[in-house]
Write a new protein. Structure first.
Lengths: 578, 76
């Protein structure tokens, strides 16, 4: 039994057999097999080589008019793939060391490559890179097959991976994929987003978990607490089965709250909205009793294919969502990508500091054609319901004016083309940088609403990268500095009489709710599975108590004291949630 | 890698077993993996041994590649 702690990104408990997905871009971990599997692994090895030969032959054909250098590279790769003694060496490794074909291939090639790397002659030592190229060619065949298998699962599994790509997760079938773990990633990584939207328990940022797990090991994923356990003992399994039962029952109980309003015991009306990434989730928001969508993330449109989405693809997704919500508000946030593979892969030179780099609205303002495509689709969809638009990561007034000007340009284009749109569509911004929070009083004059994005606001205020485990303990929205900024924004929004909501993660964290209510927040936008629990808390408190909590907290100057104070206050309200 | 490729291409035209030695290690002259791991740079002394029915022709062809053509010319 081995226990690992990561970041919980999608709630729920699962117990199932593992299905391990390696990646040809990373070191393949050691994985043992049973003696009975040897023949099969060797068959997989032979097939991978012959498939790699086929693929390479095709590649040679398409590159036949290219220079001789590339032809030489292909020719060398062919000789290696046809080398019987190489295949025999790998097969011998499988047979004698009882390991998977993937590991045997990767290990054998690494051995060959290390032979070159040792040589003093520069020409020869550089050949190591060629050898790794050939290894990737073969591994790609094996791992590609494996990814296809996920689409045709027949039994329940937990997917254990180093990292999951959009293409891999697209084929996940909720019926059989019961849990997801990934070594890399954070709350906003692709695997996390897909897991939440499908309602599959998931834990990410597990460092080397995928190298510890072997195929068909039994695995527990605790998506509530961010814990994974491989090969649990009997006692642990029993405990988790009970925990899962309790968790599901609490869920059923809370679901009965759906029709009841989110109102405090002393009569303050609160609005609970859902955060979504896919049109299909609109239904979940309604099922969980959400009053609308407070944050529609549109990144998925860009991530799940290799080309940029067309206006029609945008429009299709938006109209589906808006129609499902039947006149309930839908806040569409424009593209918020950056600091990630998507924008980095488009660059020749990677940004040294992507979180402070060309991301989000900045990326849009520099890629105006792309931005306009999305704005057109949002405007066209604006006549279908109660649609609002929101710009992310605004840091100053100029950016906001620029974004609004481009929106205005698109409106004019649509008018000229006699295409219908809502001229009065409310425009808002995410307040998620310290500069926006500190100038909220002036930004408020230019928009109809603010939405406080506490995740980025915390990261930028405290200068902490939460996915960096060396400093992640410093990351806390309960830090007095962050809370002060939040209070400023809430007060400035009230003064300017514009709407305000909170859409960061704290909106779904039970211990923060009393504080936020006491600070004057009346609208929360959160992951829809959490709506019933938050509603339960709201229905159990009085504003008088909340104001008291907020006053007390804002006078405290230690993050640790604040956190424990909040936890105690919340525990009294909803003990079973903790 | 190209010289190793030329070498195994010629070796593989013959049925004979071809062994190449650099003094320390002996490898199969038909395997590009083994040949390239022999890491022979310019000036390394190699001993080539061919055994089998067409051994004479094999040795001659390899000698031609190594001694006369110095791996420079493209294969015929």
């Amino acid at each position: 039994m081995e226990i690992k702690k990561g970041i919980a990104v999608s709630p729920g408990i699962s117990i199932a057999k593992s299905m391990v997905i390696d990646s040809e871009d990373y070191r393949i971990p050691y994985r043992a097999i049973e003696p009975g599997q040897r023949t099969n692994e060797i068959r997989r090895l032979r097939k991978a080589f012959s498939d790699a030969i086929d693929e390479l032959t095709q590649l040679e054909e398409t590159h036949k008019n290219k220079g001789s250098q590339i032809k030489d590279i292909f020719a060398v790769h062919q000789r290696f793939l046809h080398d019987r003694s190489l295949q025999k060496k790998i097969a011998d490794t499988i047979r004698t060391e009882l390991v998977t074909a993937e590991y045997a291939i990767s290990n054998t090639f690494r051995e060959i490559a290390s032979h070159f790397a040792d040589e003093k002659d520069a020409y020869i030592s550089e050949r190591a890179a060629d050898i790794y190229d050939i290894a990737r060619r073969v591994l790609k065949q094996l791992l590609g097959k494996k990814r296809e298998e996920i689409g045709q699962l027949k039994e329940e599994v937990i997917i254990v991976a180093r990292e999951l790509s959009p293409i891999q997760t697209a084929s996940f079938d909720k019926k059989f994929v019961k849990g997801i773990t990934s070594d890399a990633g954070g709350r906003t990584s692709h695997a996390a987003i897909v897991a939440r939207s499908l309602g599959i328990p998931a834990v990410v940022a597990l460092e080397d978990f995928s190298t510890i797990v072997n195929e068909d090991d039994s695995v527990i994923v605790d998506g509530n607490r961010g814990i994974v356990i491989v090969n649990p003992d009997e006692k642990t399994i029993r405990e988790y089965q009970e925990y899962r039962e309790d968790f599901n029952q609490l869920g059923h109980k809370l679901n009965t709250l759906r029709e009841k309003p989110a109102v405090t015991r002393d009569g303050a009306n609160i609005t609970l909205l859902g955060n979504i990434e896919f049109p299909g989730e609109a239904q979940t928001v309604l099922e969980k009793g959400g009053d609308g969508i407070g944050l529609y993330r549109t990144e998925f449109l860009y991530l799940n294919k290799t080309t940029e989405p067309t206006e029609e693809e945008h429009y299709e997704a938006y109209s589906q969502t808006i129609k499902a919500m039947q006149n309930k508000p839908v806040v569409i946030r424009t593209l918020d990508l950056g600091a990630d593979k998507y924008t980095q892969s488009k660059r020749f030179v990677r940004e040294p500091n992507p979180f402070l780099g060309l991301r989000s609205i900045r990326f849009c303002l520099q890629n105006i054609m792309m931005f306009k495509t999305q704005l057109r689709a949002i405007l066209r969809a604006s006549v279908l319901g109660n649609v609002k638009i929101m710009f992310p990561l605004i840091t100053n007034q100029q950016e906001l004016m620029q974004a609004k000007m481009i929106l205005h340009d698109v409106m004019e284009d649509l008018s000229e083309e006699h295409i219908d749109y809502n001229r009065n569509m409310p425009v808002g911004i995410m307040v998620e940088t310290p500069s926006a929070a500190l100038t909220a009083f002036s930004l408020a004059k230019e928009v109809s609403f603010f939405s406080i994005g506490t995740n980025d606001l915390t990261q930028y205020t405290l200068a902490v990268d939460r996915s960096n485990e060396l400093v992640s303990t410093l990351y806390s929205t309960a830090d007095p500095a962050v809370l002060r900024l939040i209070r400023t924004v809430v007060q400035d929004a009230h003064k300017a009489q514009i709407d305000l909501s909170i859409c960061g993660e704290v909106a779904s964290e039970p211990e923060y709710i009393m504080l936020l209510l006491g600070m004057g927040v009346r609208t929360f936008s959160l992951a829809s599975p959490m709506i019933p629990e938050i509603k339960q808390i709201i229905r159990s408190v009085t504003m008088t108590d909340c104001n008291k909590v907020a006053r007390k907290i804002l006078s405290m100057n230690s993050e640790r004291h604040i956190t424990s104070y909040l936890r105690n206050a919340a525990r009294k309200i909803l003990p079973e949630a903790f | 890698m190209r010289p190793a490729m030329q070498f195994v291409d010629i070796s593989n035209r013959f049925d004979s077993k071809i062994t190449v030695t650099n003094g320390k290690t002996s490898v199969d002259g038909k395997s590009i993996m083994q040949m390239s791991m022999l890491a022979a740079t310019c000036g390394t002394k190699l001993k080539i041994r061919a055994e089998g029915a067409d051994a004479e022709n094999a040795a001659a062809a390899l000698q031609e590649l190594v001694e006369n053509r110095h791996f420079d010319e493209p294969l015929p």
